[in-house]
Design a protein around this ligand. Structure first.
Ligand SMILES: *Cc1c(COP(=O)(O)O)cnc(C)c1O
Length: 400
């Protein structure tokens, strides 16, 4: 996209990504398949670029949430199998069938749509039947699974390749609910098997469950978070070492020398205590900086943590201030974050000028997808979205 400025980009470290892939593989038995989850632009790492790296390293099944996300992968030349988690609607089903996607059936309606589209295209379509065992999102209840499995199994255009469910709280202190979800899946498998139906891929584990419940790996695991280098939240054993492949970088737009007592930002929420240099960095809340995904706290302790953070940032306590990295050290963002800028306070003699590169802590899932991703291997740029001056700029920074 030509309109995007070239002053910020995301670097994805291929070595780290491949390290995480191997770490995940080390958890799996030889015949457990890995389904790499690339939803939400591969958790911010860039769906096509990440898929290319993983496919090159032997990953042979991907998953995304929406059909459109799979279309994007196909357009990017990814021919690997792709499972789509959300049921395809009328508007997407034909293209999904045409592109050979593996579809989720989570209701009778989904089955009808898939079957009709498949017969119209004279094309076999692989189906994973989804059962809802306690998340409350997609899926038929376990007691209706057999009926639907039969319809799919005996449909001449559909192949019942998989059966799966998704856990609601794999990281919760008590494993009980997860175990009850797993039992419902097992019962469904038994019911199908005694009716002569055994899908090849039965799966339920996301990252947290894969780490915590090896006995639940079954035929395949669906992993996103771990590949991106993040340890899942909650009561999950820390069994593998992960590396962070993601870095959001930007080039300083302007540098100001400010005397002590200068106000910074809207509503003057910060005043410098000493003379300082202020770097104006072209990243703001429109890019996801300083934003938190806030939903209803899961516990009193969660609620307490959120409040403590707000109080801490109100008091400008160092622990709770947003910081950018320049070289190896971190420096505080001062004042309110603007829509497309932020202000960084530096010592008065700090060597910084317009064009200096800073690393900005934008949460990967909040980073806009139209910011370019540059894929780095062994310190060299090997692939980048777009090929104009912006990426060349990124290349220069990396090579320097
Ligand atoms: C996101 C998702 C996953 C992967 O979860 P992680 O915890 O990121 O590994 C697996 N299955 C489904 C259905 C998902 O939506």
């Amino acid at each position: 996209m030509q309109l995007m400025p070239n002053n910020r980009w995301i670097e994805v470290d291929i070595d780290a990504l491949v390290h995480n892939l191997e770490a995940v593989r080390s958890l799996l038995k030889e015949n457990t398949r890995l389904i790499a989850v690339l939803k939400a632009n591969a958790y911010g790492l860039g769906a096509v670029g990440t898929a290319r790296v993983l496919a090159r390293h032997g990953v042979d099944y991907f998953a995304v949430t929406f059909p459109e996300e799979a279309f994007e992968l196909r357009e990017g030349g990814i021919s690997t199998d792709i499972l789509v988690f959300a049921p395809a609607g009328e508007r997407e089903i034909e293209k999904a069938v045409e592109q050979g996607l593996t579809l989720t059936v989570a209701s009778y309606r989904d089955y009808r749509l898939a079957s009709e589209a498949a017969s119209r295209f004279n094309k076999k379509v692989r189906i994973h039947l989804k059962i809802d065992t306690g998340l409350g999102r997609f899926g038929v209840t376990a007691d209706r699974a057999l009926e639907l499995a039969r319809l799919i199994h005996y449909d001449q255009w559909l192949v019942l390749e998989g059966l799966y469910t998704h856990f609601a709280e794999a990281g919760a202190r008590s494993p009980k609910f997860t175990q009850s979800q797993f039992e419902q899946l097992q019962k469904t498998v038994d019911a199908l098997t005694s009716n002569g139906i055994r899908p090849a891929l039965i799966h339920c584990c996301n990252s947290a469950a894969a780490l915590r419940f090896p006995e639940m790996h079954l035929d395949a695991v669906r992993i996103g978070t771990l590949l991106g280098g993040q340890h899942p939240a909650g009561h999950v054993p820390n069994k593998i070492k992960l590396k962070n492949p993601y870095r959001f970088k930007a080039r300083v737009t302007a540098v100001r020398e400010m005397p002590a007592g200068s106000y910074l930002g809207y509503y003057r929420t910060y005043r410098t205590r000493a003379a300082s240099k202020i770097a104006v960095v072209p990243v703001g809340f429109a890019d996801g900086l300083g934003l938190e995904a806030l939903s209803r706290p899961g516990s009193w302790f969660d609620l307490f943590k959120i409040i403590a953070k707000l109080v801490g940032s109100y008091l400008n306590l160092s622990r709770f201030t947003v910081k950018v990295k320049i070289g190896k050290d971190e420096y505080p963002v001062r004042g309110k974050v603007f829509m497309q800028f932020c202000l960084v306070e530096l010592p008065p003699d700090f060597p910084v000028e317009p064009g200096t590169v800073v690393e900005v802590p934008v949460k990967r899932t909040l980073a806009p997808s139209d910011i370019r991703r540059a894929y780095i291997e062994n310190g060299c740029l090997v692939e980048a979205e777009g090929d104009d001056e912006g990426v060349l700029g990124a290349k220069r920074e990396v090579v320097e």
